[in-house]
Design a protein around this ligand. Structure first.
Ligand code: KG4
Ligand code: ZN
Length: 336
């Protein structure tokens, strides 16, 4: 009988990253392989769903094999297979879900369907298992902008969300307009380092009202400003735009922590890789006596280690997912 700790294989194919990882029950990441399709989609300026699903079909088998190899395993020793079942692109989700079901069936281990958003929440817990709760979690990705009060494992209270564009979507659209390329977040992040963040006073939508967010007015404002002032430096526009987004995100997270009595602010999702957002969140937490949880950048963007981590929690709380469960492109986080 082997004394190896129990391990879960995690699989993530909800958008344009094909990822697999092996995570132990205690949260040790034995491998985390992410194959990005950025080069395939870059010339279209965004993710093309049909290209994404076809690429997942080609990439998933080698990515899973690599994750098992890096974890020093041959496969059947896993305690289960966890996979993202939504939200995301339906064709892409189905590739991962079918693959995970086939592996679980052949290996005779549990199949565990995981909500991608819950995966992002578990990214922070993987690196900070003793995360202090309740925590305000700012989940900012390409498709979502949610302000959540995490009261315990699986206990999420929604405080606010975007009423139009997601924060990452705003970064991607503005970067595309400025000709900075795709994906837009990292491009604006680095362009902004060369620019003056106080150059243009872009609007801060809903900054002082409640916990909901709005970014489409800001995007329109950037387009109008550049159209009227074509000589403006692109780096100044990037820096001023980023300043406006981060100002709103941090102001609301901070207010939410104060008003709910949370002990920490935690970042999650691809936009949580943003340098200014990380810096300002840390400053706010220090000023307010809160703990700050900033997952490493590779854990913020889509990966399968976070899916396996959330999978462990779901396996313990709900048991295996039935094999006839499907994928849901519009899956929501279950809230209290
Ligand atoms: O979580 P994620 O990898 O995929 C989704 O679930 O959507 O997030 C991707 C989003 C994209 O919009 C991307 O532009 C943004 O995260 N992003 C960033 C940065 N890195 C990725 N946004 C701002 N600054 C960054 N450094
Ligand atoms: Zn994501």
């Amino acid at each position: 009988m082997s004394a190896e700790p129990a391990r879960l294989l995690g699989i993530e194919t909800s958008c344009d990253e094909t990822a697999a990882a092996v995570v132990t029950e205690s949260g040790e990441v034995l491998s985390s392989v992410v194959s990005s399709q950025i080069d395939l989609h870059a010339r279209f300026g965004g993710v093309v769903p049909e290209i994404a699903s076809r690429a997942h079909v080609e990439l998933l088998t080698p990515v899973v094999a690599e994750a098992l190899l890096q974890a020093g395993m041959a496969g059947p020793e896993v305690a289960g297979v966890a996979v993202t079942v939504g939200p995301g692109l339906i064709g892409s989700l189905l590739v991962g879900v079918s693959h995970a079901k086939a592996l679980a069936l052949v290996w005779g281990v549990p199949f565990i369907g995981v909500n991608h958003l819950e995966g992002h929440l578990y990214a922070a817990l993987l690196e900070e298992p003793d995360l202090e709760l309740p925590a305000v979690v700012l989940l900012v990705s390409g498709g979502h902008t949610l302000l959540i009060l995490m009261e315990g494992h699986g206990r999420y209270r929604l405080l606010g969300q975007t009423i139009d564009d997601a924060a990452g979507e705003a970064f991607d659209k503005v970067a595309r307009f400025l000709g900075l390329g795709y994906p837009g977040g990292p491009a604006i992040d680095s362009a902004a380092m060369e620019g003056d963040a106080s150059a243009i006073p872009f609007p801060r939508g809903l900054k002082d009202q409640g916990y909901d967010f709005s970014f489409s007015g800001l995007k329109t404002s950037v387009i109008n400003y550049v159209t009227k002032n074509p000589e403006v430096e692109t780096v100044d526009v990037a820096a001023s735009f980023q300043e406006a987004v981060v100002d709103v995100l941090v102001t609301k997270s901070r207010r939410a922590a104060r008003e709910t009595g949370a002990r920490a602010i935690c970042l999650a999702g691809g936009v949580a890789a943003n340098s200014l957002l990380r810096e300002r969140t840390l400053d706010a937490c220090i000023a307010d006596g809160l703990s700050a949880y900033l997952p490493s950048r590779s854990m913020c963007t889509d990966n399968a280690a976070m899916i396996a981590a959330a999978g462990w929690w779901r396996l313990r709380s709900d048991g295996a997912t039935p094999l006839d469960a499907g994928a849901d492109p519009n899956l929501r986080l279950t809230l209290i």
